[in-house]
Design a protein around this ligand. Structure first.
Ligand SMILES: [Zn+2]
Ligand SMILES: [Zn+2]
Length: 422
């Protein structure tokens, strides 16, 4: 039996890696342009970081984490999301002492043991942003702005739907929770098993249920927007005003909740039409309570994650084909050795130069030059060495000219670089 990758874990082959590079480069440019700094935390954390940070009674912690004991009996988990680990790092290194507002980003793999399907893997990749230290509604708006900028760089803006909601705060949320729990109790027979359990442990999560019968019942459930306090309402209003000023269209969705316990006030999802069931490309919200859950100071924060695999589904255009500046086809030992000197020189000058590692016929080498997408091909064999003149072939026009071996590398650099400027 041949060995295969683990189910839900995928090899990223060169063609797809190129697309991912484009996503990462775009994200980095947008993030750095807005004054964010990169942070990289380990993919492995103590299980406690997520159990406390995300909440014991969430689907993620209950059934989706890759958790195991290491050889010392320490309980560890592959990170299912980025925020809890970043907060852990911010608290551990007291980064909040350096600056009252930390604007951080990271990109990398996350792990959840979910049923694999299109656009959903067990090792998946995210671009993450965290604004830590500010309770300003402008921080929320900036985070949404960043999500929108990145996704709209790869998707048709007409296909995007930004949904906004407020989850209230510890002052107003309990009032809603009380009524919701009562409502769920009165309708318990019509709810699925999962929702019956959620009703006890994490009632807000019932709104995440995909079961149609549950959805019908929940249409009549109390929604949080009728309960939020004046402060939460004012915060929401300012976030939405800022989005309008940024020119970002949105709709309000009173049923939008997040699977993570630590969210407060602002929550949002950016969805794309045409992605089917996995339509959410980016999501996030405010998590003012998270830092204290992890024994840190009372730090407000807001963040978001973009799903890279979803973004890949939205990218229509194919990646650019390979393009070398020059292919050197050398024949015979003497020419091949001389060619290596030129190749080293030209590559150090920043040119993309390829050649054949095998001693092949001219025809085979020309074929390889085509495959490499070479702009020029330099041909040099025994005769060219004797005559001290190599042949440079323009692969587009098919024109050929002789190049004096004496100043060959300098001539090529000048010729190819001036080509690039045109
Ligand atoms: Zn409130
Ligand atoms: Zn249900």
């Amino acid at each position: 039996m041949t060995l295969k990758a683990v189910k839900g874990f995928k090899d990223i082959l060169p063609e797809e890696a190129k697309k991912r590079q484009r996503i990462e480069e775009t994200a980095r440019r947008i993030f750095e342009g807005c004054g964010l700094e990169e942070i990289r935390t380990p993919i492995l954390e103590r299980t406690e970081v997520f159990a406390r940070g995300i909440g014991e009674h969430t689907d993620i912690v209950e059934k989706e984490m890759y958790t195991f004991e290491d050889r010392n009996g320490q309980l560890l988990t592959l990170r299912p999301e980025a925020t809890a680990g970043i907060l852990r790092a911010v608290i551990e290194h007291k980064l909040y002492n350096k600056s009252p507002l930390l604007k951080l980003y990271t990109m990398g793999p996350m792990f959840r043991h979910e049923r694999p399907q299109k656009g959903r893997l067990r090792q998946f990749h995210q671009l993450n942003v965290e604004y830590i230290g500010s309770g300003s509604p402008l921080a929320d708006a900036e985070v949404v702005f960043l999500a929108y900028e990145i996704v709209s760089a790869f998707a048709n803006e007409d296909d995007l739907i930004l949904e906004m909601n407020s989850l209230g705060c510890p002052k107003c949320r309990p009032l809603h929770r009380k009524d919701l729990v009562l409502f769920l109790k009165n309708n318990v027979e019509e709810l699925c098993e999962d929702c019956q359990r959620r009703a006890e442990l994490n009632p807000l999560r019932v709104f995440d249920c995909k079961n149609e019968e549950c959805q019908t019942v929940l249409k009549f459930a109390p929604v949080i927007k009728h309960y939020i306090c004046p402060e939460c309402a004012s915060h929401m209003g300012k976030v939405l005003d800022a989005l309008e000023a940024f020119g970002i269209p949105f709709v309000q969705n009173a049923y939008l909740v997040r699977g993570l316990d630590y969210y407060r006030r602002t929550t949002f999802e950016l969805k794309a039409r045409g992605l089917g069931a996995q339509s959410t490309v980016a999501a996030g919200g405010r998590y003012d309570g998270l830092s204290s859950l992890l024994d840190g100071p009372d730090l407000p924060g807001v963040g978001m994650a973009v799903g890279v695999e979803r973004l890949l589904l939205l990218m229509k255009e194919e990646p650019e084909p390979r393009r070398a500046d020059l292919f050197i086809a050398a024949l015979g030992d003497e020419a091949r050795t001389e060619a290596l000197y030129w190749i080293g020189y030209l590559r150090r000058q920043g040119l993309k130069v390829e050649y054949s590692l095998e001693d092949k016929s001219l025809k085979a080498q020309m074929k390889q030059a085509d495959k490499a997408g070479a702009r020029y091909c330099l041909i040099v064999g025994e005769r060219e060495m004797d005559e001290e003149e190599a042949i440079l072939r323009d692969m587009k026009t098919k024109e050929q000219e002789g190049i004096d071996l004496d100043d060959l590398p300098e001539i090529l650099v000048e010729k190819i670089k001036s080509q690039g400027d045109e």
